[in-house]
Write a protein that binds this ligand. Sequence first.
Ligand code: SF4
Length: 341
Amino acid sequence: MTEQNKSKKRGHCIALFSGGLDSALAVLLMLQQDIEVTAITFMTHFGCDLGDRSSCGSNPYPAAEKYGFNVKLMHLGQKFIDIVEKPKFGYGKNMNPCTDCRILMLSEAKNLMEMVNADFIITGEVMGQRPMSQVKPKLALVEKETGLKGKLVRPLSAKLLPPTDPELNGMLDREKLEGISGRGRHRQIELAEKFGLDDYPNPASGCLLTDSNYSNRLRDLLKHSQQLTFEDLNLLRIGRHFRIDANTKIIVGRDEGENNRLMAYKKPHHRHVEAIGIGSPVTLVIGDTSEDNMKKAAMITARYTSAKSEPAVEITFMDIDGQPKITVPPAKDEDLKYVAI
Ligand code: SF4
């Protein structure tokens, strides 16, 4: 990574940097004004990891390498899970607590700003681009909650917002900032061309918490767990899920990759169910492994084997002593619809 030439810099900002186009442009607008940039890319358990371009996070390194600014990775871990469980400002359309999320990320950025003695924070937010977190009153609320009034610059929409401290004290030239609003990307694409930024991801719809299927699974987990664990959250992303009673969940792999991942996440208290010798998913039973529940797990597993059209399928309880077998009819689709989550 190229070291920025600090001697020439007029100031220093901390950038919330997802690696997407808007946050990259916000950084470039700062570099253009000779501001040193330290970027932070946040990660959570909900898809904003570097390998997942469907999330609101993308690989931050190509732009950082190309334009020569530093990126720090920060995992929000339990702090993020806490706001997902109890968001002060509620959820968006699904389980996405976008306002609390912005507040958390900005609070972390503020800590870093104070630690390294930076002057202000920037984000790639565009006014009116996302319904929940980027309308004017929400932007102001976030500023108030984080105690960042005057220190939070949104370079892409700055001309539509009140001047911030670095604009008022001459560190930033307000005229060189932008006045973009809404969902269109015309101006951003124009700026990308101007800066020679050509490898940027398509706009992402958000993290996994904006996905309705994932959110249903998460709601179910919250309803039935005392506390969310990293292990439970990792499993939410894999396979078909069935809630067969308040304490028991069955997860069925959808392909070889998911079968392998389920085995990797399997804990000693999980039961592994599978049909041997035919095409079969890996099934995990989590919770109450009563005889009745194990039979249900066997029937659900049978439904997804290569013998699903047969009247009966032999299923093995893989990690019970002696690997007992049971022969069951495959579960019917109409029965599964009441338990699928
Ligand atoms: S979609 Fe919302 S909750 Fe998810 S990471 Fe983005 S701002 Fe945060």
